[in-house]
Design a protein around this ligand. Structure first.
Ligand code: PRX
Length: 661
C-alpha cells in the first residue's frame, strides 16, 4: 500500500452544503457583531483589555494586559485586583437588580425554588463566613461534591469570595475518584450533601465522602480534610463524625450575612478541575480569576447572545464539568442572567422532562451536548413536539462534534427551523469557548464549529507545525495565549509543558489534541481527538466522520467507530451500531450490517468502508456521556476488555462482547 498523505493529514471526505444565515431581525438585536472581528484583529490585547474593563468590576484597575515573558505560563491583567464572587453577585444587587431571579431551580421530584440575586448574595456571604470559621482562607482548597442544587452554586461562589480554590468533583464519581482528587489538591474542607435525586431515587453522596476520608485499601486515613459541610437534600440517614461534620442548615442560617468581598490579584487561583488525560492519573487543570472571568462573561454574552434583562438561559451541564463552571456559575452570573438549574436527568420521570422545563420556564437560550440530542432523536420527535418550545431563540452544542443529522434535527425539532445553532468548541483547559459561530453574524454550516471567536487565534497544522491550507486536515492548535487559558496542571508543571506545549515548542503553539480540517472557506471542522483518528492504508480517517455517516443512515440510532489493528491495512475501521427497533424487526442484522458498510463506502469513499459492523444494543459511555472507544477497540481487536470503572453502566461491555462473539 502506498502512503498517499502525510501522517497528520486527514482526508476530507464529507461534503455538507447546507447554509443558514441569521434573520435580519436576529442580527439587528444580536449582542455580537462583525466589527468585533476587526477590533480584535487590529489590536488583540487591547480588545481583551476592553472586554475585561467592560464586563468585570475591578477593585484595582489593571495596567498590564498580557505578560507572556515566561511562556507557556501566562499572566493576564496581573496588576489588577478583583473579587470574582462580588462580580457575580453584589454588584448586581448594588446596581438595583437584587430582585432579579438568578436561579430558577427545579429538583428532580418536581420541587422548585426561585433564588434572586439578593438572596443568593446573602447566602454566599453567610457561607463565606461559615468557611472562614472553619479556617478556610486565601489559597486553601475546598472540595465540592454536590448535586445540582442552588447550594452547589453558592458553595463555589463562597469559596471564590474568600480567594480560596474550589475543586468540584462530579457527584457521579466514586469514593476512590473523590479521594484521589481530595488528596491531589490537599483539600481542607469538603462540601457535600446527604444525597441528590436521580431517576426517582436518592443517590447518596455523604457515604462516599466518609469512605474517601476513611482508611480504605491501606491508603491510610485522609489527613488534610478538617471539616465536612453537609447539605440536607435527600433526607436519607447519614453517619456522623462529631467535630468534623457540620450541617449546612445549622451553620449557614446562623452565620452573619455581612461579609465584605476582599480584592485579590487577577492571577489568584480560582479553581482546579480534574480531567482525564492519556495516562490513568487525572490532571488537575488550574484556572485563575481575572482572565477566566473576562472570557467566561464575554463568550456567554456574544456566543449565546445573552440579553440578561429578558432571556431565560439554560445550560444543562452539571457543575462537575467545565461547562457547568463557565456556563452555569461564572459566565451567566457575572452577566446577571436568569437561568434554569435542574437537578435531574433528561428522561425522568418521563422522556419529555427537559422540554417540559423549557415550556414551563420559557427558556430562550438552550445549551446542551450532541449525545443528548442524539438520544432524543432515538426516542423520536413526537416527544418534544408535544411541548411548547416557542420561547427558544438560540441553541448551543458543546462537548463533541455534532454530526449534520443531529444538527438538522436540533434546528428543526427544537429550534422550530429558525433558532441559530452555535456549535462551540473548547476544552476544560481552554476554560471558555474558543471556536464558534456568532449567532447574529455567521452563516451557519451544520456540523462545523466554524470560526475562532474574535480575540482567539487558532490554526490547523501538520506534524511539523505548518499550516495545512484550506481543504486539508491536520491538528488543531491555538497560536496565541487567551485570557481563560489554563495556567497549569496542579502540582505538575512538567506535565503541563509536555502535554500541551512540547509538540509545537518551536512555534509556541498550544496543542489541543484534536484533529480538524479547514474547508474551502477556511472554516474549522472538528474531527475528534487525535487519539481517535485512524490510519487505514496510509489514509487518515476520523472516527467522527464515519460515525456521522453511519448516523445519517435511516436505520441507525447511534454509532461508534474505532480503528482496530489490521495486518494488511495498518488499521481497519470497525463500527458498533445501535439500530432503530423498526429496522431490526423488518430486516436481518447481517443484511443491515452489509447495507451500512456499503452506505459508508458510498457516502465517504471506499477507503472508509468499515471492515466490520457490529449491531449492538448499547454503547459504553462515561457518566458525562462520552463513548469509551478504548474499550470498543479491545473488543474489535479480540483482547480482554480493559478497565471499565469509569463507565456509567459497567455491565455494558460484557453484553457487547457477547453480542460480538
Ligand atoms: O475533543 C474535543 C471535544 O471535547 C474535548 C474537550 O473535552 P472536555 O475538556 O471534557 O470539555 C468538554 C466541554 C467543553 C475537546 O478536546 N469537544 C468539545 N467541544 C467540541 C468538541 N469536539 C467537537 N466539537 C465541539 N463543539
Amino acid at each position: 500500500m502506498t502512503t498517499t498523505s502525510t501522517s497528520s493529514q486527514i482526508d476530507h471526505l464529507l461534503d455538507e452544503t447546507r447554509r443558514f444565515a441569521p434573520t435580519a431581525a436576529f442580527a439587528q438585536n444580536a449582542v455580537g457583531s462583525a466589527d468585533l472581528y476587526t477590533q480584535a484583529a487590529n489590536d488583540r490585547e487591547g480588545f481583551w483589555a476592553d472586554q475585561a474593563r467592560e464586563l468585570v468590576h475591578w477593585h484595582t484597575p489593571f495596567e498590564q494586559v498580557l505578560d507572556w515573558s515566561n511562556p507557556p505560563f501566562a499572566k493576564w491583567f496581573a496588576d489588577g485586583e478583583l473579587n470574582v464572587a462580588y462580580n457575580c453577585l453584589d454588584r448586581h444587587v448594588e446596581a438595583g437588580n437584587g430582585d432579579r431571579v438568578a436561579l430558577l431551580w427545579e429538583g428532580e421530584p418536581g420541587d422548585e425554588r426561585r433564588v434572586t440575586y439578593a438572596e443568593l448574595t446573602d447566602e454566599v456571604k453567610r457561607v463565606a463566613n461559615v468557611l472562614t470559621g472553619l479556617g478556610v482562607g486565601r489559597g486553601d482548597r475546598v472540595a465540592i461534591y454536590l448535586p445540582m442544587i442552588p447550594e452547589a452554586v453558592a458553595a463555589m461562589l463562597a469559596v471564590a469570595r474568600l480567594g480560596a480554590v474550589h475543586s468540584v468533583v462530579f457527584g457521579g464519581f466514586s469514593a476512590d475518584s473523590l479521594r484521589a482528587r481530595i488528596d491531589d489538591a490537599g483539600a481542607k474542607v469538603v462540601i457535600t450533601a446527604d444525597g441528590g435525586y436521580r431517576k426517582g431515587k436518592v443517590s447518596p453522596l455523604k457515604p462516599a465522602v466518609d469512605q474517601a476520608l476513611a482508611d480504605r485499601n491501606g491508603q491510610g486515613v485522609q489527613q488534610t480534610v478538617q471539616h465536612v459541610l453537609v447539605v440536607r437534600r435527600g433526607e436519607n440517614d447519614v453517619d456522623w463524625t462529631d467535630g468534623r461534620d457540620i450541617w449546612w442548615h445549622d451553620a449557614v442560617p446562623a452565620a452573619s450575612a455581612d461579609h465584605t468581598a476582599e480584592a485579590f490579584p487577577a492571577e489568584n487561583p480560582l479553581f482546579i478541575l480534574y480531567t482525564s488525560g492519556t495516562t490513568g492519573k487525572p490532571k488537575g487543570i488550574l484556572h485563575t480569576s481575572g482572565g477566566y472571568l473576562t472570557q467566561a462573561a464575554y463568550t456567554n454574552r456574544v456566543v449565546h447572545d445573552l440579553h440578561p434583562e429578558s432571556d431565560v438561559y439554560w445550560c444543562t451541564a452539571d457543575i462537575g464539568w467545565i461547562t457547568g463552571h463557565t456556563y452555569v456559575t461564572y459566565g451567566p452570573l457575572a452577566n446577571g442572567a436568569t437561568q434554569v438549574l435542574f437537578e435531574g436527568t433528561p428522561d425522568s420521570p418521563h422522556p419529555g422532562r427537559w422540554w417540559e422545563i423549557i415550556e414551563k420556564y420559557k427558556v430562550s437560550i438552550f445549551y446542551t451536548a450532541p449525545t443528548a440530542i442524539r438520544s432524543f432523536m432515538k426516542t423520536g420527535r413526537a416527544v418534544p413536539q408535544s411541548f411548547d418550545l416557542s420561547s427558544i431563540r438560540v441553541l448551543g452544542s458543546v462537548g463533541e462534534p455534532i454530526n449534520p443529522e443531529a444538527w438538522m434535527w436540533y434546528r428543526e425539532i427544537i429550534g422550530a427551523d429558525a433558532a441559530p445553532i452555535v456549535d462551540t468548541w473548547w476544552q476544560t483547559e481552554t476554560g471558555a469557548i474558543m471556536i464558534s459561530a456568532l449567532p447574529g453574524v455567521t452563516e451557519a454550516k451544520p456540523g462545523s464549529a466554524q470560526v475562532p471567536l474574535p480575540g482567539i487565534s487558532v490554526d490547523v497544522v501538520d506534524d511539523a507545525g505548518t499550516h495545512v491550507g484550506n481543504g486539508n486536515g491536520g491538528l488543531l492548535v491555538i497560536t496565541e495565549p487567551w485570557p481563560s487559558m489554563l495556567r497549569g496542571i496542579w502540582g505538575d508543571p512538567d506535565r503541563f509543558v509536555e502535554t500541551y506545549w512540547e509538540k509545537f515548542q518551536d512555534q509556541g503553539y498550544y496543542f489541543a489534541g484534536d484533529g480538524a480540517r479547514l474547508d474551502d472557506d477556511g472554516d474549522v471542522w472538528l474531527l475528534g481527538r487525535v487519539d481517535d483518528v485512524m490510519n487505514v492504508s496510509g489514509h487518515r480517517l476520523s472516527t467522527a466522520e464515519i460515525e456521522s455517516s453511519l448516523v445519517a443512515h435511516e436505520a441507525t440510532a447511534e454509532a461508534a467507530v474505532v480503528g482496530a489493528s489490521d495486518d494488511t491495512t495498518g488499521q481497519a475501521v470497525v463500527a458498533f451500531v445501535i439500530l432503530k427497533q423498526s429496522y431490526l424487526d423488518a430486516h436481518s442484522p447481517e443484511g443491515l450490517a452489509q447495507a451500512l458498510r456499503s452506505w459508508v463506502g458510498e457516502q465517504i469513499g471506499p477507503i472508509a468502508r468499515p471492515r466490520d459492523v457490529y449491531i449492538v444494543g448499547e454503547l459504553p459511555k462515561t457518566r458525562s456521556g462520552k463513548i469509551m472507544r478504548r474499550l470498543l477497540r479491545d473488543v474489535a481487536e479480540g483482547r480482554e476488555v480493559g478497565d471499565t470503572t469509569t463507565l456509567a453502566d459497567t455491565a455494558v461491555m460484557s453484553v457487547i462482547s457477547a453480542q460480538v462473539k
